[in-house]
Write a protein that binds this ligand. Structure first.
Ligand SMILES: [Cu+2]
Ligand SMILES: [Zn+2]
Length: 173
């Protein structure tokens, strides 16, 4: 059996890690077609894995009942947020997948972001990668939900926002 600390104990540990500040972060900006999107994705190192805190605003909204927006969210292997006319974020390339897995078992597959009148906040734990191995790679938001089935990328549609993960050093965290 694994040692399993009590709920309250592990919750306190995670909060103290958050208070210690992120080890890396990505500033998120929308593509040319989505200039209103901005946000930050922060990465914190815990013993159990990497804690990810994502805060994004300016996401597309829906006025139709029962169609509040859900957005695919991944770490991609590419190292910049450039692209071409067809796909302004093409340079982010595919989902980060160092182990040759299928989707949604890629190391870079993350829980989707839920929009709330254009605002999303998500906090979760993943042990699929270390912070060191994703420094310089890209965080991508898509315009559709991830179906966690379709290969190779969950049919999550157009890449609408991107940020490069940068290390945060010293006392300025
Ligand atoms: Cu993606
Ligand atoms: Zn994937």
């Amino acid at each position: 059996m694994n040692k399993s600390p009590s709920c309250s104990r592990s919750a306190v540990d995670f909060l103290s890690i958050l208070r210690g500040g992120p080890r890396a972060a990505a500033g998120i900006a929308g593509s040319k077609d989505y200039p209103g999107i901005s946000g930050t994705v922060r990465l914190y190192q815990a013993n159990a894995g990497v804690i990810v805190l994502a805060q994004v605003s300016g996401l597309p909204q829906s006025d139709i009942p029962c169609q509040e927006r859900v957005f695919g969210f991944h770490i991609h292997e590419g190292t910049c947020c450039g692209g071409n006319m067809d796909d302004p974020l093409a340079d982010a390339m595919s989902h980060y997948n160092p182990n040759g897995c299928g989707h949604p078992d890629h190391a870079g597959d993350l829980p989707p972001l839920f929009g709330n009148n254009g605002l999303a906040l998500s906090l979760f734990l993943t042990n699929r990668f270390s912070i060191d191995e994703v420094i310089g790679r890209t965080v991508i938001i898509h315009d559709h939900p991830d179906d966690f089935t379709t290969q190779p990328s969950g049919n999550s549609g157009t890449k609408i926002a991107c940020g490069v993960i940068r290390r945060i050093t010293g006392s300025c965290r």
